[in-house]
Write a protein that binds this ligand. Structure first.
Ligand code: PAF
Length: 269
């Protein structure tokens, strides 16, 4: 595996795994998926200031360069790409808009976040011209918006989805988990427990009620919990076919998000 700041001309089609570093087993599963699709696997590490609405959150974002190198190599990356800020944003930044959907759920609590995500992902695409780009389901709204952006730009890049990786207790892996105490790691299990319960309900009403159980954990401060329609990212209703439970909130000053597909087709009530 080569570590580069500037990508060389790639002679073979590549699969891109965009990351902000602090890699973990979740990222490794994306890299392994990429390796199934292409012999050249580029893992980008770039902490994108544009997607942090809160300067302190940006300053606290974890960084583990040595570990990134090891984990990326182990999982089969061929190039670890660490672009400079100037190469991503030369001159005036042309921000992409995430539109109405970018202002829902995450967007209400993180204004401008998805505009920043789309802007950087588009730049990473422009610079690396991948055949495939792999994103995890854990950031489901991000995934939805990136797919929408790729479709709008008539991009030939195949956006590939990979499932959320959980630890043995059910907690979704996230670079931010490193900031949680042992107690908070236990308390955070309320999120996956609640999602699992909601995902087994067979009506939207019951699933919503089940989601409210997330507030039973006193240390958890809820931002939102909802059942959404996967096709539109609107609140699910009787016409929804594929639906998903989503939750976001805070434990010990750390923001956690997670989601789970509903297991049964919902009864129309
Ligand atoms: O999911 C992330 O880590 C980031 O939002 C991404 C896609 C690498 C863009 O900065």
């Amino acid at each position: 595996m080569r570590e580069v700041e500037v990508l060389p001309d790639l002679s073979r089609p590549c699969a891109l795994v965009p990351t902000m570093g602090a890699l973990h087993a979740g990222h490794q599963s994306l890299i392994r998926r990429a390796r199934e699709l292409a012999d050249e696997v580029v893992v980008s590490v770039f902490v994108n200031p544009l997607q942090f609405e809160d300067r302190e959150d940006l300053a606290r974002y974890p960084s583990a360069p040595k570990q990134d190198n090891q984990l990326a190599m182990q999982a089969g990356a061929t190039i670890l790409w660490k672009p400079s800020y100037e190469s991503i944003y030369p001159g005036e930044i042309k921000t992409l808009s995430s539109g109405e959907i970018g202002n829902r759920f995450e967007g209400i609590h993180r204004p401008g976040h998805f505009d920043g995500v789309l802007t950087v992902v588009n730049r990473l695409f422009e610079l690396s011209r991948p055949k495939y780009a792999i994103f995890g389901e854990k950031d489901f709204q991000q995934l939805f918006l990136i797919k929408q952006m790729a479709a709008k730009l008539d991009s030939e890049i195949n956006i590939i989805t990979a499932p959320t990786i959980r630890d043995s207790s059910g907690l979704a892996l996230s670079s931010r988990n490193i900031r949680l105490s042992q107690q908070a790691l236990k308390d955070a299990l309320v999120i996956s427990r609640t999602l699992r319960a909601a995902s087994n309900e067979s009506s939207i009403k019951d699933a919503r009620q089940a989601l409210m159980q997330v507030e039973s954990e006193a240390s958890f401060t809820l931002d939102y919990a909802e059942i959404i329609d996967e096709e539109s990212f609107q609140v699910a209703d009787e016409s929804s076919v594929k639906t998903r439970a989503i939750i976001a909130g805070w434990i010990e000053g750390v923001r956690l998000i997670d989601n789970m597909a509903m297991q049964k087709s919902l009864v129309r009530v």
